[in-house]
Design a protein around this ligand. Sequence first.
Ligand SMILES: [Zn+2]
Ligand SMILES: [Zn+2]
Length: 106
Amino acid sequence: MELSRQKCRRHAFREAVARCMECNGFFCRECVTEHEDRLLCSDCLLKLAGKSKKKFTILFRSFQLSWGLVCLFFLWFFFYEIGKFLLSLPADFHDGTFWTRMSGVE
Ligand SMILES: [Zn+2]
Ligand SMILES: [Zn+2]
């Protein structure tokens, strides 16, 4: 059957101008959307969007996980450096005599 003779699946009185590439249904211009160079009806678009959203969530979770590990590493490194720095300080820094010496008794 010719496309021009078809009616939109949702709007019985509207002529179909496009065909959904996913479910092969005929739809009017208002019912189809271009998605990644493909014409899709809103139902299929929703289905596809749901799928890609799920994929995105998995991607986001793995990203979050690796980012968490990186953060953890930096925190560990940070505290490790602080610890090293504190240890490298002269012994009299800890008992307070360091500061009195720094302010000078000149
Ligand atoms: Zn469709
Ligand atoms: Zn329609």
